[in-house]
Structure formats: structure tokens, C-alpha cells
Ligand binder design. Structure first.
Ligand code: ADP
Length: 225
């Protein structure tokens, strides 16, 4: 039995900008997220949080190091398998909701499930259950433009959980909201994560939000300190 949902080992990443000095963003980052554990990733802007989350979520590849999700080393998988893992096992939340504007809140949560072969009625029932958990079930029929910023972000949380991932990766998930709203929306996210027993790595530069998680790791000068 492997009780680690995410295991990153020795992750290094440089961006070749075409200038003589390439940007060495990550210099050998190792971190783990246990089953059901919620870890805060705290770092100043530009420290490489997004780069690390993208590598953990298989959206980008490291120069060196390994990424294991659910005990399986995914570093050397081909594109098709990586896409399948990304779709089934990982949920992503960004600072901006990135909901599809032409579709209702409900449809935004149903569509990824249909893409995964779930029946429409089952997908809708699950979507309504998720929307209920974050307190926006009555807004299910509305398109994103008719929702407040906080509501849009709550819907984006539901979409990230639509396919029951093992791991949630979030990049400043409430960073775009005013402080009061951010607080309430973050509570909704934590309730959702806790009630689903999900493991999560959540980047924030807000130390109060970080303190509500199980553990904080800091990224500085390309290393976890
Ligand atoms: P954070 O999310 O902590 O703000 P990022 O991971 O977005 O940091 O970026 C870390 C550093 O890498 C920054 O200096 C950024 O300018 C640089 N960077 C990010 N993506 C690229 C890219 N595609 N090409 C070149 N440099 C990049």
C-alpha cells in the first residue's frame, strides 16, 4: 500500500529564454502529499509555483526528477497515458475560473464527465450534488457571466472534482477575489476537499489561508525550504 497521493522527487526545470543565462526555476524540488492531506505551497510571485503545479499535474515535463501519483511513476509515460491520468486522477483550479461561457454552471460540470464516458443522468446528479456542497445549487442553470466572481470560482471547484480525481492542484484559487469573499470561498473549497477525502496541493501567498491547511511547504530560490 502506498499512502502517498503525490510524490515529487528532485524536480528541476529551466526555461531557455534565448538569452545567455537560462532561467533555472526549480533546482531539485522534492515534496509529498499524503492521502487526504491538504498541503499549502507558499512562495512569492515568480518563485515557480505555477511551474511546479503544472509539472505535478503532468501539464509540463521536468528536465530531471520524477512525478508519482497514487504510487505510479508517471515520468516516462507516453502522451496518451499522461492525458488519461490528467483527465482521471488530477483536478486543476486556477486563479481565474476558465469556465466555458456558452454553457451553464451545471453543464460546465457535466461536460468533463461525459468526456469520460459517464451517462448524462449520472453526471447531472453528481454535478448537482457538488454544486449543493459549495452552496450554489440554485444557480445551476446560469451561465458564468450571470454569476458573481465567488460563485464562478465555486463552480470551477466543482468542475475540478467532477471526475473524482485523486489529487487536486490549485494555483491561488481565491487570489482573484476580494478578501471577504476569498475567505468564504476558501472555506467552501476546504469543505469540499475534506468531505471528498481528496489530497490537495494549494498554492497561495496568503499565510492565513495556508494556516488552515494541514501543512505548509515553502518554495524559495528553486528549492523547498
Ligand atoms: P509563480 O507561479 O510562482 O509566480 P511561475 O512558475 O509562473 O512562478 O514562474 C517562475 C519563473 O519562470 C518566472 O521568473 C517566470 O518569468 C519564468 N517562466 C515561467 N514560464 C516561462 C516560460 N514559458 N518561458 C520562460 N520563462 C518562464
Amino acid at each position: 500500500m502506498n499512502d502517498l497521493t503525490l510524490k515529487l522527487e528532485g524536480i528541476a526545470k529551466a526555461y531557455n529564454t534565448g538569452k545567455p543565462n537560462e532561467v533555472q526555476v526549480l533546482r531539485g524540488v522534492s515534496l509529498t502529499v499524503g492521502k487526504g492531506e491538504v498541503v499549502a505551497l507558499v512562495a512569492p510571485s515568480g518563485a515557480g509555483k505555477s511551474t511546479l503545479l503544472h509539472i505535478a499535474g503532468l501539464l509540463d515535463t521536468p528536465d530531471t526528477g520524477t512525478v508519482a501519483i497514487g504510487g505510479e511513476d508517471l515520468t516516462k509515460l507516453g502522451d496518451r497515458k499522461r492525458t488519461a491520468v490528467r483527465r482521471n486522477d488530477v483536478g486543476f483550479i486556477y486563479q481565474f475560473h476558465h469556465l466555458l461561457p456558452e454553457f451553464s454552471a451545471l453543464e460546465n460540470i457535466v461536460l468533463p464527465q461525459l468526456a469520460n464516458g459517464i451517462a448524462q443522468s449520472v453526471a447531472e446528479e453528481h454535478a448537482i450534488e457538488l454544486l449543493g456542497k459549495v452552496g450554489v445549487a440554485e444557480r445551476a442553470a446560469h451561465r458564468p457571466a450571470a454569476l458573481s466572481g465567488g460563485e464562478q470560482q465555486r463552480v470551477a471547484f466543482c468542475r475540478a472534482l467532477a471526475n473524482k480525481p485523486k489529487l487536486l492542484l490549485a494555483d491561488e484559487p481565491t487570489g482573484n477575489l476580494d478578501p471577504g469573499t476569498s475567505d468564504r470561498v476558501f472555506d467552501a473549497l476546504m469543505d469540499l476537499v475534506r468531505s471528498s477525502g481528496l489530497s490537495a496541493l494549494i498554492a497561495t501567498h496568503n499565510l492565513e489561508l495556508a494556516a488552515r491547511m494541514d501543512r505548509t511547504v515553502r518554495l524559495d530560490k528553486g528549492l523547498i525550504t
